[in-house]
Design a protein around this ligand. Structure first.
Ligand SMILES: Nc1ncnc2c1ncn2[C@@H]1O[C@H](COP(=O)(O)OP(=O)(O)O)[C@@H](O)[C@H]1O
Ligand SMILES: [Mg+2]
Length: 1061
């Protein structure tokens, strides 16, 4: 799979594991995250994530450039120390998802890319761990993203905090209060399509477990003039358009309204009833739903809508002058609806709209109004009705958000998180009383911001035991004083003018101002200005040099707006209203109260003081919002506009304060944790105090003494470049560490694998050994049983067959039969035969017979015709069982003759004449006296045995003279031919020796027909030597053949023993 890398708007590089679901996986645990921001080395591309790391921290250009770089990469968040700077992207960056929330939970603030959620989480954790109330102050000019940030924060807490045990609905109410308040308090302005026209401070209460259990909202000065008048290109409050666009037919009919906003004068002053970025219809649905969530009953909704509608009808009330120039209501229809919707008497209302009640000397006088006065009275009523309803609405929401567990102990142990979303600094073409109040409020908050940051900075130095170096900064107290100082301040002068008897006008107020504060360096009027500036100032205007820039205010309407007068009879009329909301808004006690109510400006001033007090009592966190362009366009970075905001938000000042001494500071633990790998002594773990570890580490890194200071719990580094060098070293080190870790991991991984394989092998081996062992054991067992059975059977072998001996008997039988195959006699002469067991005796005999018959049959079939000569049978008859070397002769074929005619001398042949030679064989003749062996030939003719010596016939023995033939029973091959003595020619018996004695003798006996005259002697043979002299041959068995003449004159023959007999 291809590696995918994505740069997400929070500023991190994410290796996307699954290409089709990048977002989900990337932010889950599967994705490999490379935090680009914390990898400060990436600073060139996306700037620095914390402005304190800017090398040139005093340069506005460098500051703006850093913002620009990051904005270009959709990195809208940057820190100045703990302060978050946010640039409105005007587009959905998908950085507020649930995964993003998880990503920022419980992590160290500086280790992750800057994000609103990082602030949210840090604040929440401080709230939980230190149990101190917190306040997030969100500031910036109109349209910079304050309300959006507040909503995101609320969403973060609603989604990530644990649910309270009871009243889980609080979370929904906290979230749903927003659309309702926005519908009634927000409007489209030139700066922002959803501009908050009231200040909002919201407290969220958390119980000791950190679950949100309640909330409370403080609202500040709704811009009620908007109800009756809007500048060109602006709208009235959203709710009017929403009701007309989204309200059901039935509702509109009841309220007497038409769908078209153009029909209502209060809605068309800005000539911009329709805005493309706003969907009133769907917003209406959201608001309707939200109303039910925050505990509105159907009746209450109806009452509320009646009031909204009544304001629209009021706007359409027209007057005409009668003869006395007194105003008369001409729009009866509107009056009728008004009477119904506000539940007041028609005639009272009519009178109240056209007359003014004056109490003079205890008497009530009705004085008719002229046209102008009547219109004024009508508009005043509309504003009063709307603004009081708004106040009631906030009260109602607060009742719904109030923790229901007021009595339980957890209520007392709640901690509070405040969210301040107040209208930002505003400059329009025409700036009036409202802008004056709003900008004053911003001055106050800026003052608080500077005080608190400076204070906390100073406190930190003090806590860390580091000498404080004074910082130059612009203190806007001078402007705050100009506005709010007692007697001399603008508000005091305005009040004075309002209360002064006589003809006080806006212009007299201006004159008074010029008189009182003319020398103030931040105040200018047409009269006070020099020639050049005078041109830009009208006569009815004054200019304040706010910390954030110059604003020219027109004094027109200041007195009226400050007085906020509602004629008494109008008040009375409203007090008599049967509409429950109205009767709560207009309290009768107001009528009897003789004391003049506080002016609007003074009320506002007081509420601001109160707000500052509230904020001071809490640990502050800051979000500073910046608007990148006036066109509400994504991707456009209007440098002039941004420079202006950077300036008036005092961001550079803030940075300077933060950088006054040291650019960077971290807790020893965090610093050591991050950089410990750079020093052999601190890597991989440092056993001692983190502070000592850091000391060792920075010494190893070669920090110069002027580059850093060691505080009590933190290290302070003076220049960013020192930190960057350390970061660079870390980056290099990380590479090598990564390689090492990889190697170690691979080693570990493969070792695990090896161990697994080894374990498996051992497992298989043992299993196999087990199997083998079991097999062997089974075999042994079987063998033992078999042996036992055999022994038992052996013992009982003579008993009749029974289970105990059956096996043995069968075994003996089968083994006899099996062995028999191997022990069969080899030839017909072999008489051996194994001894059969008793039970097989008969069968054995039969088999033996069969076997012998088979052998004989086979033998007979295999013998060749020569073998079938009679001679062999004769030889058998003569010698079988009588002479030792007979068996050897059996397999040898008798041949017709051992000597061919060519081996016999021709002279001998000649001497024999016609007598044929039937057989010839070489023999050895032993002398009758000395027993000398001599080589001779023995020839058989049909008539005689002829002994030949070379060419001479030595002796001829006619068969008639052959009286017998003697041989020994032993294995020698001597034989004696006995000759008849009567024949004198005969020399005596002949002692011969033939290598083929059996063949020679058989042939001789057959030729001479002396088969029965062959004597086989034991011991010795006596023969006739010559006349009157006998010889003796003694035969004895011995180890080898030996023929010698013995001392006794006998021929001693030792014949070898052959075990054939
Ligand atoms: N963080 C943000 N992401 C996307 N759009 C934003 C963001 N902040 C503000 N906006 C856009 O800018 C508009 C004005 O923001 P808003 O919070 O109402 O300004 P303010 O309250 O400061 O006057 C919003 O309606 C929204 O369209
Ligand atoms: Mg806002």
């Amino acid at each position: 799979m291809a590696l995918q890398v994505e740069l997400v708007p929070t500023g991190e590089i994410i290796r996307v594991v699954h290409p089709h679901r990048p977002c989900k996986l990337a932010l889950g645990s599967d994705g490999v995250r490379v935090t680009m921001e914390s990898a400060l080395t990436a600073r060139d591309r996306v700037g620095v994530q914390d402005f304190v790391l800017l090398e040139n921290f005093t340069s506005e250009a460098a500051f703006i450039e850093n913002l620009r770089r990051r904005f270009r990469e959709n990195l809208i968040y940057t820190y100045i120390g703990p302060v978050l700077v946010s640039v409105n992207p005007y587009r959905d960056l998908q950085i507020y998802s649930r995964q993003h929330m998880e990503r920022y939970r419980g992590v160290s603030f500086y280790e992750v890319p800057p994000h609103l959620f990082a602030v949210a989480d840090t604040v929440y954790r401080a709230l939980r761990t230190e149990r101190r109330d917190q306040a997030v102050m969100i500031s910036g000019e109109s349209g910079a993203g304050k309300t959006e940030a507040t909503k995101r924060l609320l969403q973060f807490y609603a989604e990530t905090c644990p649910a309270p045990e009871r009243g889980g609905a609080v979370r929904d109410r906290l979230l749903q209060s927003n659309p309702v308040l926005e519908a009634f308090g927000n409007a489209k302005t030139l700066r922002n399509d959803n501009s908050s026209r009231f200040g909002k401070y919201m407290d969220v209460q958390f119980d000791f477990k950190g679950a949100p259990v309640g909330g409370h909202i403080l609202s500040y000065l709704l811009e009620k003039s908007r109800v009756v008048h809007q500048n060109h290109g602006e709208r009235n409050f959203h709710i009017f358009y929403q009701l007309l666009e989204g309200g059901e037919e039935e509702t509109l009919r009841r309220l007497g309204l038409e769908r078209n906003p153009q029909s209502y004068l209060y809605l068309v002053k800005g000539q911009c009833a329709k805005v493309s970025s706003i969907n009133d219809k769907s917003d209406w649905k959201v608001v309707r739903k939200a109303l039910t969530v925050i505990d509105f009953t159907e009746d209450e909704v109806e009452d509320l809508l009646s009031i909204v509608a009544s304001v629209l009808h009021l706007g359409n009330i027209h007057f005409a002058a009668n003869e006395e120039s007194n105003a008369q209501v001409t729009t009866e229809n509107q009056l009728k609806y008004l009477t119904r919707l506000l539940s007041v008497e028609g005639s009272t209302l009519r009178e109240a709209l056209t007359h003014r009640k004056i109490i003079a000397k205890g008497e009530e006088l009705l004085s008719p109004l002229n046209l102008e006065q009547a219109a004024y009275a009508r508009d005043a009523l509309a504003k009063a009705v709307y603004s009081r309803t708004f106040t009631w609405l906030v009260g109602k929401i607060n009742r719904s958000l109030a923790s229901k567990d007021v009595e339980s102990p957890s209520w007392r142990s709640t901690t509070v998180l405040g969210l301040l979303d107040i209208y930002g600094f505003e400059v329009f073409q025409h700036n009036s009383f409202e802008q004056f109040c709003i900008n004053y409020c911003n001055e106050k908050l800026q003052q608080l911001f500077i005080e608190l940051t400076l204070k906390s900075e100073q406190e930190e130095y003090e806590a860390e035991g580091i000498a404080w170096e004074p910082v130059q900064y612009f203190n806007n107290k001078i402007i705050c004083d100009l506005v709010e100082e007692k007697f001399k301040g603008i508000i005091s002068i305005l009040d004075e003018e309002c209360l002064r008897p006589g003809e006080a006008t806006d212009l007299t107020f201006l004159e008074k101002l010029e008189d009182t504060v003319k020398h103030h360096p931040h105040f200018l009027t047409h009269k006070l200005a020099d020639q050049r500036t005078r041109k830009s100032l009208g006569r009815g205007e004054f200019r304040l040099l706010h910390y954030a820039g110059e604003v020219t205010y027109s004094v027109t309407g200041f007195l009226d707006k400050n007085n906020d007068l509602l004629f008494r009879n109008l008040k009375e009329t409203m007090c008599s209203s049967k509409n429950p909301i109205m009767s709560q808004c207009f309290d009768r006690s107001e009528l009897s109260d003789k004391k003049r109510p506080e002016t609007v400006a003074t009320q506002f001033k007081m509420s601001l003081l109160q707000l500052v007090e509230i904020l001071q009592s809490k640990e502050p966190a800051y979000v500073r919002c910046i608007k990148p362009n006036d066109a509400k366009q994504p991707g456009r970075f209007d440098e002039v506009l941004i420079r202006h905001q950077v300036k008036y938000l005092g961001l550079l000042e803030n940075l300077r304060v933060r950088r006054a001494g040291f650019a960077y500071r971290r807790k020893y633990e965090a610093f050591l944790q991050r950089y410990k790998s750079l020093c052999p002594e601190t890597w991989p773990t440092w056993a001692g105090r983190p502070q000592d570890g850091v000391a060792v580490l920075v010494r190893h890194l070669g920090y110069k003494p002027e580059e850093y200071k060691m505080g009590r719990t933190k290290i302070f580094i003076r220049f960013p470049k020192t930190l960057f060098a350390t970061e660079d070293a870390l980056e290099v080190r990380r590479q090598s560490l990564a390689t090492k870790i990889q190697a170690a991991w691979r080693g570990f991984h493969w070792r695990q694998k090896f161990l697994r394989v080894k374990r498996s092998a051992i497992c298989i081996q043992s299993w196999w050994r087990g199997t083998l062992g079991r097999r062997k054991a089974a075999k042994r067992k079987w063998a033992a049983q078999t042996i036992r059975r055999l022994i038992r059977g052996f013992v009982l072998r003579h008993a009749p067959r029974c289970p105990e001996n059956a096996f043995f008997l069968d075994h003996v039988r089968t083994s006899f039969l099996l062995n028999l195959r191997r022990q069969l006699p080899q030839n017909v002469l072999d008489t051996s035969w194994p001894t059969p067991p008793p039970a097989l005796r008969e069968a054995s005999e039969l088999l033996r017979e069969l076997c012998i018959k088979n052998m004989v049959w086979k033998y007979c079939r295999s013998i060749s015709p020569e073998w079938k000569q009679q001679q062999k049978a004769v030889a058998s008859e003569i010698f079988k069982g009588k002479k030792d070397n007979y068996p050897q002769s059996v397999p040898r074929l008798f041949i017709s003759t051992r000597l061919g005619t060519d081996e016999i001398s021709p002279r001998v042949l000649q001497a024999l004449g016609s007598e044929p030679i039937q057989y010839a064989v070489p023999v050895v003749k032993y002398d009758r006296k000395g027993y000398k062996p001599r080589s001779r030939q023995l020839l058989l003719t049909p008539n005689a045995v002829v002994i030949v010596e070379d060419a001479k016939v030595k002796q001829r023995i006619d068969y008639a003279n052959l009286t017998g033939i003697s041989v020994s029973s032993l294995s020698d091959s001597l034989f004696v031919l006995h000759v008849q003595r009567a024949d004198n020619k005969q020399k005596g018996d002949v002692v011969l020796q033939s290598d083929h004695v059996i063949e020679t003798l058989t042939k001789t006996a057959l030729s001479a027909n002396r088969v029965n005259s062959i004597n086989i002697n034991q011991g010795s043979i006596t023969f006739a030597g010559g006349p009157g002299r006998d010889g003796t041959i003694d035969f004895t068995p011995g180890s080898e053949l030996l023929i010698t003449k013995a001392k006794n004159g006998h021929l001693a023959v030792v014949a070898p023993r052959l075990n054939s007999r």
